[in-house]
Structure formats: structure tokens, C-alpha cells
Design a protein around this ligand. Structure first.
Ligand code: C5P
Length: 232
């Protein structure tokens, strides 16, 4: 799959989502998260698919293996392009998830390593990951587990891409949010990189929300960000 920009459609309704998509003629790659999916249900996926856009359905599944397997089989009917799982669900959960996801040719699976909202301190004190393992080592170890279970890649910070690719393999997909053009505020993101920097670090896909969705001219913002990422 080629490199590119995935637009995070973090809208709270179908109408706002479709109004935004109406501004584009070309085929996009979009990310639908829990907020919109839980509000609008599978119908919003079907509508966006009928407009020929590609979809990353960001539901971050995490449950006992049998439940995640059944949930994955249910999602196959939606014909999305990427689904994802919390790596913390463990080897058995990831393996059965992957074997169900493999029933649909071309479906990519991503692991969520450590959420970027989890601090190193909380990882040790609340999640009880041993002090011997840093956040970076934990992320790499989770990425290796995702690879061993057959997943296509991980969602991670662009800053983590070089060490993940080095440890896990160049062909392991790294999909990276936390992207901000130089001219745009950071919002609540902490460690941000520009689209150009994400390319240099080796990201396969960047995930960009507000710099495009909150722009006065979303089409222009998308084109500028995507060209910068692709180095055009
Ligand atoms: O608006 P913004 O560009 O910050 O949106 C980034 C998107 O990527 C949001 O949908 C956010 O939930 C998601 N995301 C993230 N950091 C992660 C995982 C997902 O920002 N570690």
C-alpha cells in the first residue's frame, strides 16, 4: 500500500462528516473513531464507503480472545481497510484476531502500543510495568509482539518509527498521528512533528485531524500537508 495522509474525521455527527467530505472530489483515506462510530453506527461506514473513500476504523479492540475474534468477524462485513487492537490484549488475543482478519484479503491490522496519553510514570506506577523497562523499550517490545502475531504494523509517534523499523523490520507499517505543520498550533498534542519530518523518520501513513478539519480551507490544507509528506 502506498504512503499517504489519513484524515481523522473526529466529528460528532453524520451531517458534519458528510459536509466535510463534500469539499473533496478525490478518493481519501479517512479514520473513523469511537465517537462517530458509537453515535452513528455501521451506517456511517457504509455511506463513506459508497463515496469510494478508504477507511481506518479506529476502535482499538481489547477483550478476551473469543470476543475479539467474533468482533473482528463482525467488522469484516463493513469492508474497511484498516482495523486495530491494543497489543496489551496479549499474544493469544492478537493471534486469533489476526487469523479472523486474514479472512478478508487486503485488510490491514495495526497494534496500539502504549497510548501517547500514558506517561512513563503511569506505566510503572499504574500499569505496573517493571522499572527496568523504559517506555521506549516497552513500545518496541509491543511492536515485536504485534509482528510475531502477524499484524501489519502499529500506530506510534513518528519519533518512534526509526527504532521500531530497526527492531521489527522495514516493511512493518508505522502509522503516525501527532502531526503538525509549522504554521499550526499543537492543540493538546505533546510531541509533534511536521509532515516533512514524519517522511524523513520513515512513517508510512500520517494521521492528521484538526490541521485539516478545522482549517478554513480543508482541501488546501490537505493538499499542502499531503504534498509535504510525500516530498512533492
Ligand atoms: O486533530 P489531531 O491531528 O490531533 O488528531 C489526531 C488523531 O489521531 C485523533 O483522532 C487522535 O485520537 C488520534 N491519535 C493520536 N495519538 C495516538 C493515537 C491516536 O493523536 N497515540
Amino acid at each position: 500500500m502506498n504512503k499517504g495522509t489519513i484524515i481523522a474525521l473526529d466529528f460528532d455527527s453524520r451531517d458534519k462528516t458528510l459536509e466535510f467530505l463534500d469539499k473533496f472530489d478525490e478518493q481519501l483515506f479517512v479514520k473513523i473513531g469511537m465517537e462517530l462510530f458509537y453515535r452513528e453506527g455501521p451506517e456511517i461506514i457504509r455511506e463513506i464507503k459508497s463515496r469510494k473513500h478508504k477507511i481506518f476504523l479506529d476502535l482499538k479492540l481489547h477483550d478476551i480472545p473469543n470476543t475479539v475474534k467474533k468482533a473482528t468477524l463482525s467488522l469484516l462485513n463493513l469492508d474497511v481497510d484498516i482495523i486495530n487492537y491494543h497489543v496489551a490484549g496479549g499474544r493469544e488475543m492478537l493471534s486469533v484476531a489476526q487469523s479472523s482478519a486474514s479472512e478478508k484479503e487486503g485488510l490491514l491490522t495495526l497494534g496500539v502500543t502504549m497510548l501517547t496519553s500514558t506517561s512513563e510514570e503511569s506505566m510503572h506506577e499504574d500499569i505496573l510495568i517493571d522499572e527496568d523497562y523504559s517506555l521506549k523499550e516497552t513500545v518496541i517490545s509491543y511492536a515485536k509482539l504485534a509482528k510475531e502475531c502477524g499484524l501489519s504494523g502499529v500506530v506510534c509517534s513518528a519519533l518512534e518509527v526509526p527504532s521500531i523499523k530497526k527492531s521489527v523490520g522495514e516493511d512493518f507499517l508505522c502509522v503516525t498521528p501527532g502531526i503538525r505543520p509549522l504554521t499550526y498550533a499543537k492543540d493538546d498534542q505533546k510531541r509533534v512533528v511536521t509532515p516533512e519530518k514524519a517522511r524523513e523518520l520513515g512513517s508510512d501513513f500520517i494521521v492528521v485531524g484538526r490541521p485539516i478539519t478545522h482549517s478554513e480551507d480543508p482541501l488546501k490544507a490537505y493538499n499542502e500537508i499531503n504534498r509535504e509528506f510525500l516530498g512533492e
